[in-house]
Design a protein around this ligand. Structure first.
Ligand code: UD1
Length: 429
């Protein structure tokens, strides 16, 4: 990548990966076809396709200009299993656990194990399923769950978990009787999943709030659903416009889902013009340092923390960034320092002192959002940056280099899209 160009014009946001993944898992709950539109063309979706296909599901991914449509049909499921091979590349694979026990009466799903950004256990998924009457055993690194038919129950999440809420929400739809879940995740992706499930015949109230009530039904049927826009991709493009001093219309997004970020950017001194389904960013003023604390929705998202850190390097003063959700999510800090940033990490806090000019370097992506922060830094760095291990970015950003190039960024991919790990180096002009 070569930095220095302001981003100008219109950039389109894709469908939300984190809404698409549970929606695909929801197709396991019915014998009938589920049609999903606005599915992003990213590696995690491909991993989910493989995961479902290995169970005997028919999955057609139809990427067109107008719709990114997927049709899933889980009529004949042969193996209710998620193997370690797939779970280790994408932790969200554990989203199949609840639907499989609910529909098939059994599931064998690999435990996710360690992760670059923290421990990420699934104890809350397991505890919740037990509350719904499932018997759970663990052996050889796998969770084995059984239940003749799940029955409704009352679940209190000790900690707010997004995929945990989604997993149990799906399971409870086919349980006998009523389930009441407390301290649920309130992310828009949870509400989107509930909207799909209700179209499939489920009876869910309260999704998007902390308490969700589910009246179990015998069967679910097919449905058609459009996935909500990706608020993290939108947020990343907004920061790209700010950093480059551009004038960018981030189109096809849902500004309501971006409130915490937009408010923070106003504190930083950014001029924003939100519309119904777009945000125009005019990024030509001085940026002032401002602190953030990551929190569950509607707080500032942990998935925007790394990108905000790249922005903070260009703001005047000290910004304190506190990461509350994951214990080890500052690996991008060291790479930003190699590009000239002044960042000190103390436990769960990072102190960024700005403004420091960034200079291009060879850097390495460590996880999905960390790689986005390196792309952002490279957009304003002096010279040519090479980002290695960009397979991380392909997990969650659809053709990022094409989209950013379309609004003026100088970047190109070296190697193919979705490359194998060994061949995954990339990006210079
Ligand atoms: C989801 C998102 C991810 C985002 C994260 C937090 C998807 C596919 N991924 O991940 O992009 O960064 O929410 O917004 O939607 N925890 C437990 N026990 C459990 C489950 C979670 O202790 O059983 C802990 C985790 O270690 C973490 C916290 O709860 O510290 C939140 O994790 P969680 O909300 O579950 O994250 P994911 O759903 O995996």
């Amino acid at each position: 990548m070569r930095g220095g160009n302001p981003l100008l014009g219109t950039i389109r946001v894709s469908g939300a990966k984190n809404a698409a993944l549970p929606a695909m898992a929801a197709a396991l709950l019915t014998e009938e076809p589920v049609i999903l539109e606005n599915i992003p063309q990213v590696q995690d979706i491909e991993t989910t396709r493989k995961l479902l296909a290995a169970m005997g599901a028919e999955v057609e991914l139809g990427y067109g200009r107008a719709h990114h449509r997927t049709t899933l049909c889980c009529r004949d499921l042969i193996a209710p299993e998620a193997s370690y091979e797939l779970v280790k590349t994408m932790r969200a694979s554990t989203l199949v656990l609840g639907p499989l026990v609910a529909r098939m009466g059994r599931a064998r799903v690999s435990l996710p194990g360690g992760c670059a950004i923290g421990a990420r256990p699934i104890d809350l998924h397991i505890k919740g399923l037990e509350k719904l009457g499932a018997t759970i055993e663990q052996e050889h690194g796998y969770v084995l769950a059984h239940a003749k038919r799940l029955r409704g129950g009352e679940i209190f999440f000790d900690k707010i978990t997004v995929t945990g809420t989604e997993d149990l929400l799906m399971a409870a739809c086919l349980a006998e009787g009523e389930t009441l879940m407390h301290n649920c995740a309130r992310e828009p992706e949870v509400a989107d999943l509930a909207a799909l499930l209700n179209k499939m015949g489920a009876k869910i109230e309260g999704a998007g709030t902390a308490t969700i009530r589910i009246q179990g039904v015998e069967k679910l049927h097919g449905a058609r659903h459009r996935i909500i826009p990706d608020r993290i991709e939108a947020g990343t493009f907004i920061i790209a416009a700010v950093l480059t001093g551009g004038d960018l219309n981030v189109a096809g997004c849902e500004p309501r889902h971006l409130q915490a970020l937009l408010q923070k950017l106003e504190d930083v001194g950014v001029k924003l013009m939100p519309a119904v389904d777009a945000v125009r960013v005019i990024g030509n003023g001085e940026l002032k340092a401002s602190d953030i604390i990551t929190e569950e929705y509607p707080g500032f998202p942990t998935d925007m923390q790394a990108q905000y850190m790249a922005l903070a390097t260009q703001a005047s003063g000290s910004s304190v960034i506190t990461e509350n959700i994951f214990e080890n999510r500052f690996m991008h800090a060291q790479e930003l320092v190699r590009m000239g940033a002044d960042i000190k990490v103390e436990g769960r806090r990072a102190i960024v002192r700005g403004k420091t000019p960034l200079s291009a370097a060879a850097v390495q992506a460590s996880d999905l959002r960390a790689s986005a922060s390196l792309v952002l830094a490279a957009l304003v760095a002096d010279g040519e940056t090479i980002i290695d291990r960009v397979y991380h970015i392909d997990r969650g950003y659809e053709r990022i280099e094409e989209k950013l190039r379309g609004v003026g960024a100088q970047m190109r991919r070296i190697g193919q899209l979705f490359p194998k790990r060994a061949a995954a180096t990339v990006a210079t002009v």
